[in-house]
Design a protein around this ligand. Structure first.
Ligand SMILES: [Zn+2]
Length: 245
């Protein structure tokens, strides 16, 4: 239905085509992710749910940095969507917090909390720098296959739900200081940032810095590419730490 509202962003991701064009598996699986894919011309593709800007056929998350309109702050727009403050373009409920393949020059966030329970999907996103001064994140995050090109600082963030960085690339300094406040979260769910599934294939090119790391699960760094030595301080590892590279 075409109304007077904004056009929908034209960005799509075809998982099969993505795999042909890249040297690594696509983190969007046509079977597991069927509920977020659309079928057209016999193909299953993910199509961006956000509004195109006035001057382009893409949203602020999929435009190249030099194409982004100056009067729109893409981080504020990201926060409005993850907090459930944007309606779906077809008028059916809230806009899903899906930012697959998005481009952020910077994703710096400075606020008490964000998220409204729905998974924030940052798969295959490219983020210039990511400094989160946030106390609580109330939503799972899936940043599998994301590329963090600049500094990544999530010090003192309490993740209330699962955080996935499977096959992500951290190309600069990375800091998840004290990520464990919510391990015994109110939901009773353990947050395991560093388990086998979640960090498999992850590449750290810079110095990963995990301070005050506390884990009740075994930590496995498998198939990680640690170009520089990781810094692990004040660990409280009740089982074991295994480096298997
Ligand atoms: Zn888009």
């Amino acid at each position: 239905m075409q109304g007077d509202g904004p056009e929908r962003c034209s960005h799509t991701l075809d998982p099969e085509r993505w795999e042909r064009e890249h040297d690594e598996p696509c983190q969007i699986d046509p079977k597991d992710d069927a509920d977020i894919l659309e079928t057209g011309d016999g193909r299953q593709v993910w199509r961006c749910p956000h509004a195109a800007t006035k001057a382009h056929d893409k949203c602020v998350f999929h435009l190249q940095p030099d194409e982004k309109p100056e009067d729109t702050d893409s981080v504020e727009e990201f926060l409005a969507i993850v907090d459930g403050e944007r309606d779906a373009l077809d008028g059916d409920g809230q806009r899903p917090p899906q930012f697959i393949g998005s481009i952020f020059e910077g994703l710096d966030i400075n606020r008490e909390r964000f998220g409204d329970g729905k998974t924030i999907d940052l798969r295959h996103a490219r983020v210039g720098r990511m400094v989160w001064r946030v106390n609580i994140i109330d939503a799972p995050i899936n940043a599998s296959g994301a590329v963090i090109e600049g500094i990544c600082e999530c010090g003192d963030v309490t993740f209330q739900s699962d955080v996935l960085f499977k096959s992500a690339h951290f190309e600069y300094k990375t800091s998840f200081a004290d990520p464990t406040y919510s391990f015994a979260s109110r939901s009773g769910k353990l947050v395991t940032l560093f388990d086998e599934q979640k960090y498999q294939g992850t590449i750290f090119n810079g110095v990963p810095y995990f301070s005050a790391l506390s884990s009740t699960n075994k930590l496995i760094f498998r198939a990680l590419s640690l170009i520089m030595n990781p810094t692990l301080t004040r660990q409280d590892l009740t089982r074991r730490l295994r480096l298997n590279m």
